[in-house]
Design a protein around this ligand. Structure first.
Ligand code: FES
Length: 270
């Protein structure tokens, strides 16, 4: 009794007995996140006039720049003599960055891909990780505890995303849809799945309670079980919703710069 089972882990960063391709997933995820950060940074400062396009009276907005709070002129923002490089994304991106950056799934990804802590199960980590050790979510990582509040902000953004979809349905000559409608619809759907599969939302819905008996607590228990089903695929929704932000932006950019054309299909004339 009391003697632990010693696993045959080989000492040395990246050393392992595993014979499968264990490095491919953390490597691909790390590269994808780096590409996402580079693209977003580039997009914030280039093609500033192509963050949305109008099609016969309807408006399609790039997911990176939606919601376009400068367009709303909230708190007289447009009266504010801001520099030319300040755009909607620069003002609003702290919400998706904060939400994704503190996501429980995202923590797993960056601990594996960037910190090698560890890169994969049964793979040894760098000596520096062993010297520092794991002290919980402290110092800069204490910000991870804000995830619940970023969730609230993301839910507001999500409602606006769906509202933005409706802006693609009204044309000068009636109601219908365009390819841009589907681009924004798919983006709003994927983001909805990402938000509703969130661990924190699941906890708030019913996980926080000791028991689900009757009345509201029973309802919250049912909701918890339903969200738990979605939660199993949280990683899938993380990546698909992230990828579609960039697909949607590339579509908007290509149409706004007139590389390709969108088409309006009018279903009900006005
Ligand atoms: Fe991933 Fe909340 S845990 S978004």
């Amino acid at each position: 009794m009391g003697e632990g089972l010693k696993l045959p882990v080989i000492n040395g960063m990246g050393k392992t007995n595993r014979i499968d391709n264990w490095i491919s997933q953390p490597l691909a995820m790390g590269l994808a996140l780096i590409a996402a950060m580079i693209y977003t940074t580039w997009r914030l400062f280039f093609y500033a006039n192509s963050i949305s396009y109008s099609l016969e009276g309807s408006t399609v907005t790039s997911p990176i720049f939606s919601p376009n709070i400068l367009e709303w002129n909230l708190f007289n923002l447009n009266q504010w003599n801001h520099p030319d490089w300040v755009n909607a994304a620069i003002l609003i991106l702290w919400v998706p960055f904060g939400f994704r950056g503190t996501c429980y799934y995202m923590r797993r990804v960056y601990y594996r891909s960037f910190f090698q802590s560890p890169t994969a199960c049964w793979v040894d980590e760098p000596q520096i990780n062993k010297s520092i050790g794991y002290h919980g979510e402290k110092r800069l990582f204490i910000l991870n505890n804000l995830h619940r509040y970023f969730l609230y902000a993301a839910m507001i953004i999500l409602v606006i995303k769906w509202w933005d979809v409706t802006h693609t349905l009204k044309f000068d000559t009636g109601w219908g849809f365009s390819i841009g409608t589907f681009v924004m619809l798919i983006e709003a759907f994927l983001l909805t799945m990402y938000v509703t599969s969130c661990h924190a939302l699941r906890h708030l819905s019913g996980g926080i309670l000791d028991r689900w008996t009757k009345g509201v607590s029973a309802l919250r228990g049912t909701l918890f079980k339903k969200l738990s089903v979605l939660n199993r695929s949280h990683g899938f929704w993380f990546w698909t919703s992230l990828a579609f932000v960039f697909i949607g932006d590339l579509w908007t950019l290509a149409v706004a710069e007139r590389y390709i054309d969108d088409v309006a299909i009018i279903l009900v004339g006005s």
